[in-house]
Design a protein around this ligand. Structure first.
Ligand code: ADP
Ligand code: ASP
Ligand code: MG
Length: 412
């Protein structure tokens, strides 16, 4: 029998009524003859609440205990969905990460899946059961501790399980009916894509399109899992197929720019009057790397006096305070005059494999943003994307401007 993984995100399981609706989608696939593994997220808002409780309990807390707390949201929805499925006459049981087991490393709060032995799930399918699995969580076997996979990690649970059980497909059900050219909540003219290539989806996810967790796209690419993003809000009796994440070769209609992503979780740090001599960049970025701070855009000015220069970089907003502390500690070795920071910034990125063969794509964007009076604080480019850092107040204007500029607006 063919197998299927169906994943439902937070909004799709936000209350018992929504869970009943999810159960109807599951029933349809069971009746179509599939052996089904369902992966669920916590009810929307629940994980945020659990994270906030950890911070309230102690601002700096043990990450293993953080995992014990935040993994609980998924336990509730998995149990509830199994209850509802049973009440509809379907055989089903809930599975927590450790019961499957979903084996991970010990990087608490950002763990990576190492292996998913399929024996237990095989037995459940053989017994005619739907396996309802708590997403986001796993176990580090050597320490016997619960782990979580990073925010948005249920997507990754789903794709990894699909690979482990050799599922024909992994359907990621969410609150939009597919992957769009950009976040449809910000740009109403965003267009739904029937297909999107792995590489572009990886870039979109890592540059802020939270519709899929980056790691889930990586796994789907590496293991060749056919993954669709589709809506749980469709009529369970008449669902649409959504967006397929696939090899670039499968895509007929090609644009230079496929999508626009933005990330508000950015902070800018400018180091003023740093000595312009060899070794300074190492003295700055070495300690930041040791502190596990992910530095992204880096801009260094050419020195005007031959003696000092300015260096600007960005890092995740959540790491800003730590970055400041690390730099102040290194101040005597680096030698600089002042540190300036800003967190009201956003990184807007344009992504498209067509950029490989087209020149001047980014230049067009700089011109268009200038015409709207939007100042660019920093720029980075790579083979299939470029990003600009701008004031957060201009997020929507910039996204809409670039969306129209590259011909992505939906017609009508
Ligand atoms: P879930 O709880 O189902 O995992 P998420 O909130 O994590 O859902 O992801 C879905 C959201 O991602 C959508 O509501 C949408 O606002 C946002 N999003 C951002 N970029 C895109 C995009 N390019 N296409 C579709 N949705 C996007
Ligand atoms: N509930 C977790 C989160 O909010 C995992 C997920 O929804 O994918 O990050
Ligand atoms: Mg999500």
């Amino acid at each position: 029998m063919s197998r299927l993984v169906m994943k439902f995100g937070g909004t799709s399981v936000a209350n018992v009524d929504r869970i009943k609706n999810v159960a109807r989608h599951v029933k349809r696939e069971v009746e179509a003859g599939y052996q089904v593994a369902v992966v669920v997220s916590a009810m929307s808002g629940k994980t945020n609440e659990l994270v906030a409780w950890c911070k309230e309990a102690a601002p700096f807390h043990d990450q293993a205990e953080y995992d014990a707390v935040v993994a609980s949201g998924e336990q509730v929805t998995a149990g509830l969905l199994a209850v509802v499925l049973n009440s509809m006459g379907l055989k089903a049981r809930s599975w927590q990460g450790w019961q499957v087991p979903i084996l991970t490393d010990d990087a608490h709060s950002v763990a990576r899946i190492a292996d998913i032995p399929s024996t237990n799930l095989d037995a459940a399918f053989a017994a005619g059961e739907v396996a309802v699995i708590a997403g986001f969580q796993g176990i580090h076997q050597a320490t016997n501790r619960i782990t979580t996979l990073g925010r948005g990690g249920s997507d990754t649970s789903a794709v990894a399980i699909a690979a482990a059980i050799h599922a024909e497909r992994c359907d990621i059900y969410t609150d939009v009916d597919g992957v769009y050219t950009t976040d449809p909540r910000i740009v109403p003219k965003a267009r739904r894509l029937d297909k999107v290539g792995f590489e572009e989806m990886l870039e979109m996810a890592s540059l802020g399109s939270k519709v899929l967790q980056v790691r889930s796209v990586e796994l789907s690419m590496v293991h060749g899992v056919r993954t669709y993003v589709r809506s749980s809000f469709d009529d369970p009796g008449n669902p649409q197929t959504g967006t397929l994440i696939c090899d670039e070769e499968e895509i007929v209609e090609k644009q230079v720019v496929t999508g626009i992503a933005f990330s508000k979780d950015e902070a800018q740090v400018s180091i003023r009057a740093v000595a312009d001599k060899p070794g300074v960049a190492a003295a700055i970025f070495g300690p930041l790397a040791e502190a596990n701070i992910n530095v992204d855009m880096i801009v260094q000015n050419v020195s005007s006096d031959g003696a000092t220069t300015d260096i600007t970089f960005t890092c995740p907003g959540a790491d800003l305070e730590r970055a400041q502390r690390v730099l102040m500690d290194a101040r005597h070795t680096v030698g600089f005059k002042a540190l300036e920071t800003a967190s009201d910034v956003v990184k807007v990125s344009c992504i498209g494999v067509g950029m490989r063969s087209h020149a001047g794509v980014a230049a067009k964007a700089f011109q268009a943003l200038a015409e709207k009076g939007i100042n660019i604080r920093a720029i980075t480019t790579s083979e299939i994307k470029f990003s600009v850092l701008i004031d957060a107040a201009y997020t929507e204007l910039a996204a809409r401007t670039l969306h129209s500029l590259y011909g992505l607006d939906k017609v009508g």
